[in-house]
Design a protein around this ligand. Structure first.
Ligand code: COA
Length: 202
């Protein structure tokens, strides 16, 4: 198993071709897809021909960034995925964090635990200077994960109908009436947070 990161309860490993069924199941739960497509699933052939190959292609560019399958240590179960990689048009040293977990895994602190560990690895080991993440304004769970990972809101913006189609396959932009929210954390602020936490623990 090609492990990228390990936390107390979760292992992040590289995806393989054998993960297609788990990805199809993840993207077939309307609750998981609620703030992404409005509910509709991602077709299997899109996962097999576009999404999974794109994840696998990422590893060829080096081991530093990409999409990682999250596995529960205690059971070996597939929990979902996290990505940690430069977003489109990212500045130097800027990495985007993202996540999607199976409904059965929600509310157990996994989103926060792994996000915090990825941010730590980025700043402490990978020369990252800034971590960004964005979500739909009504996606409270996702926003809470960002906040609990130490990130703060930097801007809100509206996706165009073209962007909604390109990013999520949404044909009817009317289903979303809200903005995107972008959060960020600078390395200097993360270092300050670490020092404060150490002080409280000591
Ligand atoms: C967003 C997501 C990753 C959250 O993961 P998670 O492991 O359940 O989150 P955590 O258990 O670490 O919870 C973090 C905080 O968010 C809160 N939270 C989580 N889901 C919530 C929800 N649906 N509504 C309100 N609060 C929620 C938790 O209570 C916790 O806050 P607290 O400690 O103050 O109580 C998960 O819900 C998910 O995969 N959703 C579907 C895909 C998605 O929307 N991804 C993000 C797209 S940008």
């Amino acid at each position: 198993m090609d492990v990228f990161l390990e936390t107390e309860r979760v292992v992040l490993r590289r995806f393989t071709e054998a993960d297609a069924d788990d990805l199809v199941a993840l993207n077939s739960d309307p609750e998981v897809m609620r703030y992404l497509t409005g509910g509709p699933p991602t077709p299997r052939d899109v996962i097999e021909r576009e999404i999974l190959p794109a994840y696998l292609h990422y590893y060829e560019r080096g081991d530093r960034y990409g999409y990682w399958a999250a596995i529960e240590k205690a059971t070996g179960d597939f929990l979902g995925w996290f990505h940690f990689r430069p977003g489109e048009g990212a500045g130097p040293g800027e990495v985007e964090l993202g996540y999607r977990l199976r409904r059965a895994a929600w509310g157990k602190g996994y989103g926060t635990e792994v996000s915090r560990a990825l941010i730590r690895k980025g700043f402490a080991k990978l020369d990252v200077q800034r971590v960004v993440a964005s979500t739909y304004e009504y996606n409270v769970g996702s926003r809470r994960v960002m906040e609990k990972a130490g990130m703060t809101l930097v801007r809100t913006y509206r996706l165009t109908p073209e962007e909604l189609r390109e990013m999520f396959g949404i044909e009817d932009p009317e289903i979303f009436d809200g903005d995107e929210v972008e959060y960020a954390l600078e390395k200097v602020d993360w270092e300050r947070q670490q020092a404060e936490e150490a002080l409280h623990q000591g």
